[in-house]
Design a protein around this ligand. Structure first.
Ligand code: FAD
Length: 214
């Protein structure tokens, strides 16, 4: 995975290229940002994704500009960012964030094989809410036709991870300023039932006990 493009140059000790690290960050995230250039214009579009083994899947309406553009075979760059904490230093200059992020390069291909498409759609649903795929109605023929699924190989990617306390100027450690890390994490609130939900339908266990994987 370490290529001239993925080599982390700024603070290289934070970079990592092994598949497991990249996959863990992808699995812990919910939203990716897809960057591509069409004409002279760069776009960075946020979207959901799923992973099956070494394939990252994104999907959307067949009419999506992003998906249609990616299918022309242009280079795409996908990023995922997990924000783990605010790093509060003694100087404004050294404020930072603790994070885990992935940058993935590649070209996308359309997923047309029905079995692969089904497995990708399952991965999207399970990525959002484990156990959900088996609880809900599967996509029908019309829904499958209206959904475009693209695959990107997780082959040329870098991960970058910052952990730990602030790194201040030596002279600043004597300043009477609180410094440290304020951890941040994604948590879920109490489930809100759809007002149109018929009476008697119980809240599933996986929703009731949902915890974001960190
Ligand atoms: C939440 C968050 C906040 C950040 N805040 C700042 C900030 O305020 N200022 C700042 O300068 N930087 C910040 N960074 C780091 C930033 O993402 C870049 O790593 C850094 O700016 C260096 O950019 P560059 O283009 O010079 O990287 P280079 O090291 O030249 O990039 C070379 C290659 O390294 C890899 N790479 C670079 N950055 C990342 C990354 N974050 N994740 C995975 N792979 C990567 C890519 O494959 C890239 O092509 C932040 C990162 C995160 C996730």
């Amino acid at each position: 995975m370490k290529t001239p493009k993925t080599q982390v140059r700024r603070v290289p000790k934070r970079g990592s290229y092994d598949f497991e690290t990249v996959a863990q960050i992808l699995d812990a995230g919910l939203v990716c940002h897809v960057g591509f250039v069409t004409g002279d214009q760069p776009f960075v579009i946020p979207t959901a994704y799923g992973r099956v083994d070494s394939q990252l899947y994104i999907h959307g309406a067949s009419a999506s500009r992003m998906l249609k553009t990616l299918l022309t075979g242009i280079e795409v760059c996908v990023t995922v960012t997990l924000l783990d904490g605010l790093v509060l230093a003694r100087s404004a200059y050294h404020h930072s964030m603790n994070y885990r992020s992935v940058v993935l390069f590649g070209t996308a291909r359309a997923v047309t094989d029905p079995l692969e498409k089904n497995s990708a759609l399952r991965a999207f649903t399970e990525h959002v809410m484990p156990g959900r795929w088996d609880q809900v109605r599967s996509p029908n023929t019309e829904e499958l036709a209206a959904t475009c699924v693209l695959s990107l190989p997780i082959a040329e990617a870098s991960a970058k991870v910052r952990t730990g306390p602030p790194v201040d100027h030596v002279a600043d450690y004597d300043l009477p300023v609180w410094a440290g890390v304020l951890p941040l994490m994604e948590t879920s609130g109490s489930p809100i039932a759809d007002p149109l939900l018929p009476a008697g339908i119980a809240l599933p266990e996986n929703v009731r006990c949902y915890v974001r994987q960190h």
